[in-house]
Design a protein around this ligand. Sequence first.
Ligand code: ATP
Ligand code: MG
Length: 391
Amino acid sequence: MTPLPKIGTARLAYETGHGSGTEADRGLARANSLTIRDCCKTYGAVTAVRDMSIDVAPGEFLTLLGPSGSGKTTLLMMIAGFVEPTAGDIFVNSRRITLLPPEKRNFGMVFQGYALFPHMTVAQNIAYPLKIRGTPKAEIAHKVNEALDLVRLRGMADRLPRQLSGGQQQRVAIARALVFSPDILLFDEPLGALDRKLRGEVQLELKRLHAELGATFIYVTHDQDEAMTMSDRVAIIDGGRLVQIGAPSELYERPNSRFAAAFLGRSAFIDGRLVARHGEEAEIAVGEARVRHRGPVPPLADGAVTLSLRPEKVRIGTEPPERGLNRARGTIESVAYLGATMEIAVATAEFGLLLVTAFSAQLGTEPATGTPVWLSWAPEATVCLPGETAA
Ligand SMILES: Nc1ncnc2c1ncn2[C@@H]1O[C@H](COP(=O)(O)OP(=O)(O)OP(=O)(O)O)[C@@H](O)[C@H]1O
Ligand SMILES: [Mg+2]
């Protein structure tokens, strides 16, 4: 395995006293790879996870993102060892762990509502996993302090959980999950109960912790902003299947399906038919209208395509747009004022409802509904997806 660069490992290093030489200079966590190979989980007639294969690199921050019921927790529970796969295998650093019990996996876990022990102080809560592992007392004290520093709670060691805010409690849970040098850290919606602002703060803390530890993080959320903010890569999951995996920008710029485009960010969809190709450019017929698309066109069974058009790539104006751009006339149907930006829905005759995101400062006044406008977008603005025939 290739160790990733770690920040501040010198400060984190400790002597285990009884470990091997390499063990001794390890920090609070290590970078391990995880391989999920053809994993399935069925519950009677319900298939919670199907044919799941994912390779997680050592030190990677991977997020499993999907709607409720898509199988995220089931997959995480299989990784943790609480749920046995119906089929498939799981490996850590190419060691098969599929049937290894959870307590032998040495994974750190933080779950939503995975409560702290209410009668124990912060320090006692964090010390707990070390205690049950029989770690010597002096070493426990040392490691607890290290973990407290890492989550920036040094001054709160003697408080009880109820004397802490929600965000601080979650940081204690995080400290408890990493204090015993876990091989991999697993998180299942750990910030779900926090308010928006606090969530943002703890997200940044987690990201910093990840960089500082250099450990492998697997994080479950159904919040796309959270996934985009924190992850090296995101795995989009739907109906127990892996839809697409990639860096946030890759998923946003090059979604492979309508589901991925709609789940990560907003998009309008234009259904049409491929009628001609000229080099890099494709001509798409949408009723009587023609749209120019520049970029890849996936293999098509029958010429049916769906173009995904992100709202920030559409220009809006009252004057006809310059030649060379795709254009449409329409009327403003609704305007959502979001502060820095406005989201404008425009009804067009040819393409149905199109969405536009515009900077408020550039628009000046808020446009009125019913206003006739021109929309335009460059041929390279669209992503061409295989057309989905109505099932
Ligand atoms: N023990 C179980 N017995 C039967 N069905 C189950 C069991 N656990 C999960 N399921 C089903 O498997 C599917 C996936 O559930 P899972 O909890 O993994 O989804 P999730 O993506 O974590 O959803 P959420 O975002 O709501 O937490 C769901 O249809 C669920 O009802
Ligand atoms: Mg879940």
